[in-house]
Write a protein that binds this ligand. Structure first.
Ligand code: SF4
Ligand code: SF4
Length: 65
């Protein structure tokens, strides 16, 4: 899931319509909910770079076999 760097987000809402999953809401600050499919589209649209891929923990390993 993508996370919002709160101290960067200026609440412009530009990222909201970009998300194909409708996972972003913005009321003063953007928030990403669990519908996020990690397509990472929104990262390119945020003018201040407030959207980051959340690499905390593992969770990014590929399942094989
Ligand atoms: S990564 Fe994709 S699905 Fe997740 S919040 Fe951004 S645009 Fe939406
Ligand atoms: S585009 Fe960036 S600055 Fe604008 S609301 Fe979304 S996360 Fe915040």
């Amino acid at each position: 899931m993508v996370k919002v760097v709160e101290e960067r987000c200026v609440g412009c809402s530009l990222c909201v319509p970009v998300c194909p999953e409708g996972a972003i809401s913005c009321y003063g600050r953007a928030e990403v909910n669990e519908n996020c499919s990690e397509c990472l589209l929104c990262l390119d649209f945020c003018p201040v770079g407030a959207l980051k891929e959340n690499n905390e923990g593992e969770g990014h390993g590929k399942k094989t076999g």
